[in-house]
Design a binder for this molecule. Structure first.
Ligand SMILES: [Zn+2]
Length: 369
């Protein structure tokens, strides 16, 4: 989905007018945008159209331009190229649907933007959208809903939207846009296929977490259902977290002044000890959170596989085979329940003083793999 092609057609001109973001573009972000373009095109070529995309990148204008282009592509009446299953790969720019999308008059394209005054997307806006997308497309192949500033959805609007996202009407494609995907919450992020147009960091797992997750994925593939297998996975998870905690303790104790001074006054020593403990606990919570987010992202891959989505959209490409094998023995709703279960576990651990082992046991035993 490159933005740069010289504007030849009406649509190109409209796009050019909107291209205020076309200020200096670094090589890196050009590469990212080209990669994003390639990824989308390949998934369309393979006949795998996602029902919800999350476009993330530097500016909302850039993302709107990409999203509008996808809306044109999907509904173009004379696409110059189509994929295996007849999904258009690019828009012609000159046909009636293409022109209507550009002028904002295409009846099957809905734009939702934060309200001017409140700067949020309201529940009324979400309800309105849900109503519209529940109807069949009138002129196009697909209904396309572009939600700009998707991170600006407070509680009730968010919940209403999540429901629509989880039970998407047929022939509807949601495109969420966000320049602050970190504020979007994993719940929505993990239900969309993320396409990055540059300017944001992906899920980053540290080396040990990646190694553990790799072996967990392998074990999951082998064990399948069964309580014994589940407890084996739980044991491995608890070991991994214990090692993580030990390492944090070691590092922080080594760096603490307690370690360097033997002659501290008892009051000061106590104070430093407490600070050290609090700091270890905080660091552990943070690292555990990152790690569980990684696990969540893998369960998202399994969910996408259960939905028979293209493997190029999976986050963990190295284990795509295994994730697909697992995803294909699950129904989409089972795979979605997995995601919900790990999210509930994370919330429990973050917001309450529930015993860690208990929370993880409950969460893990619920997983269907
Ligand atoms: Zn067209």
């Amino acid at each position: 989905m490159e933005l740069a092609p010289p504007p030849k057609t009406n649509s190109g001109i409209a796009l050019a007018k909107r291209r205020t973001y076309n200020a200096p573009v670094s090589d890196a972000s050009q590469t990212t945008a080209a990669h994003a373009d390639d990824l989308l095109r390949r998934s369309l070529a393979n006949g795998r159209l996602g029902h919800a995309y999350l476009f993330v990148g530097g500016t909302i204008e850039l993302l709107e331009a990409h999203a509008t282009r996808l809306a044109r592509t999907l509904n173009c009446a004379a696409p110059p190229a189509t994929g295996e299953t007849g999904i258009p790969l690019e828009p012609c720019g000159g046909c009636i649907p293409c022109r209507k999308v550009d002028s904002g008059n295409f009846p099957d394209l809905d734009f939702v933007r934060p309200e001017k005054k409140s700067r949020i997307i309201s529940i009324e806006q979400v309800r309105n959208l849900t109503r519209k997308v529940s109807l069949k497309p009138t002129e196009g192949r697909y209904k396309v809903a572009i939600i700009a500033g998707a991170d600006r959805m407070p509680g009730p609007a968010f919940n209403a939207f999540l429901k629509t996202l989880e039970e998407p009407p047929e022939r509807t494609v949601f495109i969420l846009l966000s320049v602050h995907p970190d504020q979007l919450g994993e719940t929505i992020r993990s239900r969309c296929m993320r396409v990055s147009f540059g300017g944001e960091a992906d899920v980053q797992l540290e080396g040990n977490d990646t190694a553990w997750l790799r072996s967990f994925v392998g074990m999951s593939a082998e064990t399948g259902e069964g309580l014994m297998g589940r407890y084996r996975l739980l044991g491995s998870l608890m070991d991994h977290l214990a090692t993580k905690r030990d390492r944090i303790e070691e590092n922080q104790e080594e760096a603490s002044p307690l370690n360097r001074h033997d002659d501290l006054e008892p009051a000061l020593r106590d104070k430093l000890k407490q600070e050290l403990e609090a700091s270890i606990a905080a660091e552990y919570r943070r690292q555990r959170g990152d790690f569980l987010t990684g696990l969540q992202w893998w369960l998202r891959d399994v969910w996408l596989a259960a939905l028979r989505q293209g493997r190029e959209l999976l986050h963990f490409q190295d284990w795509a085979d295994t994730s697909e094998a697992i995803g294909r023995r699950l129904t989409p709703s089972q795979a979605l329940e997995n995601l919900q279960s790990i999210e509930a576990t994370q919330r429990l651990l973050e917001t309450t003083n529930v015993q860690e082992a208990l929370a993880l046991e409950v969460g893990l035993l619920k997983l269907k793999l």
